[in-house]
Design a protein around this ligand. Structure first.
Ligand code: NAP
Length: 277
């Protein structure tokens, strides 16, 4: 029979900010904490590193781009815990500035992982969320900048308070198609693949908040956030924050106390709600 023990899952946590989130949760969360990684070896090595610090994260393989991997995690959580209490959607990718890959490819691949794969994880795992669950979607302040670079018409579509998830997916697909056609700027989209993918993550979080408020399960809190500029492989270690400093806002949002009304459905940076867009 499934245990009713609380459980937290952090995606993309074999290194970088996600790794530091697992480290912090192992110290402060009253439940099991899952370090997940698309590569079993990198994940187990990260668990061993935390073991050396006296911490005991659990491990599960998770490639957010692989639907069967996401489904396997769901089945495992269902059978072992009967639910899910904290989900930190941290896994993400970014092309380096100097990467020669054409914009068409960068647009498609960035949106596929950062937006659609994160949305897939949510669609599969949200049915497991228990009352008082906390969901943290890791976006970026780059999304805040990128939205200002959209045409007024595109900004209006992203910010429409009645936008549905289907509607958001349609806009994101329009961006990918326009990037392939080489006319994304003519269509009112910004000239940033990563930034647009993270607009998707931020707006997705607002829509999820609107949807979950109608759910019968009480007090589920979903927020988007930015960790700040963090020294990781993604930033070529140029970021000014350590991974533990970068993890701070994510952990704060993951541990929001029962019956939190704010932040809820917000974009948060440095533990502060940002006026997004
Ligand atoms: N660093 C910053 O300054 C900064 C600023 C704003 C936002 N962010 C966001 O913060 C999050 C973490 O970034 P980071 O700086 O810690 O980057 P990172 O060091 O490159 O780590 C990214 C993590 O995501 C994992 N990942 C990538 N694709 C995946 C997939 N398909 N399935 C599962 N895991 C996957 C990576 O696994 P592998 O090791 O297998 O590649 C790695 O564990 C990202 O969402 C990023 O966009 C970072």
């Amino acid at each position: 029979m499934a245990s009713s023990r609380k459980v937290a899952v952090v995606t993309g946590s074999n290194k970088g900010i996600g790794f530091a989130v697992v480290r912090a949760l192992c110290k402060s969360y009253e439940g099991d904490v899952f370090l997940t990684s698309r590569d079993e070896g990198r994940g187990q090595a990260a668990v061993a590193d935390l073991n050396k610090e006296g911490l005991q994260p659990k491990f599960h393989q998770l490639d957010i781009n692989d639907r069967s991997s996401v489904d396997q995690l769901k089945s495992f959580l269902q059978a072992t815990y009967g639910g899910l209490d904290v989900l930190v959607n941290n896994a993400g990718i970014a092309y380096k500035n100097a990467d020669p890959a054409p914009f068409a490819e960068q647009g498609e691949v960035s949106c596929k992982t950062n937006f659609w794969a994160t949305l897939d994880v949510c669609r599969v795992l949200f049915p497991l969320l228990r009352p008082h669950a906390r969901v943290v979607n890791v976006s970026s302040l780059v999304s805040q900048f990128a939205i200002t670079k959209c045409s007024p018409a595109v900004q209006g579509r992203f910010k429409d308070p009645s936008l549905t998830m289907d509607g958001l997916e349609k806009i994101m697909q329009e961006f990918v198609d326009a990037a392939k056609a080489g006319n994304h700027q003519d269509q009112g989209f910004p000239n940033t693949a990563y930034g647009t993918s993270k607009i998707g993550v931020t707006v997705m979080s607002f829509i999820q908040d609107r949807e979950i408020r109608k759910d019968l399960r009480e007090d589920i809190v979903i927020n988007a956030c930015c960790p700040g500029y963090v020294a990781t492989d993604m930033s070529s270690h140029k970021g000014t924050k350590t991974i533990d400093e970068g993890a701070d806002t994510l952990v704060y949002l993951a541990l929001l106390p029962p019956n939190t009304t704010s932040p809820k459905g917000n974009f948060v940076s440095d533990r502060t709600i940002q006026n997004w867009g």
